[in-house]
Design a protein around this ligand. Sequence first.
Ligand SMILES: Cc1ncc(COP(=O)(O)O)c(C=O)c1O
Length: 475
Amino acid sequence: MINYFSREPLPLEMHKICYVQKTQLQPVERRLAAAREAGFNSYRLTSNDVYLDMLTDSGVNAMTLCQLAAMMRADEAYAGSTTFSRLSAKLFDIFDKKYFLPAHQGRACEQILSRGLIKEGQLVPMNFEFGTTINQIKQVGGRHVSLLLDEGLVLQSDKPFKGNFDLKKLRHVLESERGNVAFVRIEAGTNLIGGQPISMDNIIEAAAICREYGVLTVLDASLYQDNLHFIRTREHPELSTRQITKLIAQAVDIIYFSARKLGFGKGGAILTNDESIFLKLEPLIARFEGFPTYGGISIRDMESLIDGLDDTMDDDTIAQGPNFIAYLAGELQKYGIPVVTPPGGLGCHIDARKFVPHVPLSEYPAGSLAAAIYISSGARGMERGGIDEPIENPNDPPFGAMELVRLAMPRRVYTISQINYLIDRLSWLYENRDLIGGLYFEEGAPRNFYDRLNSIGDWPERLVKKFRIDFGESL
Ligand SMILES: Cc1ncc(COP(=O)(O)O)c(C=O)c1O
């Protein structure tokens, strides 16, 4: 944040733009048509109809000149590429581990870890669950349990580390499931509860408890750069980002991450110091991903990751996502718009149950709000609620209780003027929230990313009519 003479502090972009991609803002009538064609499902929209692509931060973060230039020096050898050696050296330096296994993205790492380390019936406790992880654990007959502190599920709060483990619950589970725990997974930061971080002290204490019980710890560092920023600014300002990274690395047995998120690139990585784990997992990389010196990642992407990982250790660089998210969330709150607080990493999360309290859970408030946001602004967010995760019992946390629209903040992609545009359109939408109605499924099961829904009544058309009255000819 930078203080201003004539206005409130604003985040300042700490980069200049060398390459640009043209984007277009379609007229509101086209946005309505596109929403209908997409079955009110933002995954089905195409880039031509999207002005601000805030669906995810995965694989869409802007790259630096150095990363692009590095791609040209990639050593395209099938085996023994020098790019692999360079990337290994960078990873060992940052994360203090000596074995590296590449995989094509985060879920591929999860598949390898699950196949290699989980036996049928074994349990994987974690601070919080993520969809790709749970799928892989279930594939091999494993079980999972989330051991988040209760406050992690409170949407509006002032707790700085809502991703923390409940350490009492962790100890209890390790005791009662003694001998039956495959490993404990630590997600830093957490995705599904609003990008909320876990504290360094909590990670280190959780790892110490696991060691007492002889249980391995696995750190999912996919959303780590935001989490590192929060540890440095909210918990340990006396430590540098590199020091924090090393201290945590020394506490855990295995680290993996999606490089679509961490490192401004593409790919995935598993790191450990334990030779026996490395030897167990390496054949699985060869079987499912590719030869273990590229593991399904393009060599050019591996080369670009070397520079990208250095950027994840740069405080200005990793502050930008959280600062933009905090700015967006703070401005929305000024209009009374309910957002998840404190603002976390990954994106700004809007509480749809409070935004559209008149839309019942059975009519998908978060899906309806995501569609209304797209129609009003051209920004596509992601529904995180009953469509993504069908509600069995609306009173059962986490999913039944949470109906969120996530506006992800791809790193270094959008400018403050674009965020200000979004804030304006969201404030208009909030004024007109009574116009927003519900959705219903056009097609029954199976539910997945490609679901088609429809509006209950013509509320989208009425929203567009009001938009034209208020904004005139403006797009
Ligand atoms: C915390 C976390 N772990 C794992 C993954 C899976 O990574 P990928 O999408 O590269 O498979 C994601 C992706 O969103 C994530 O957020």
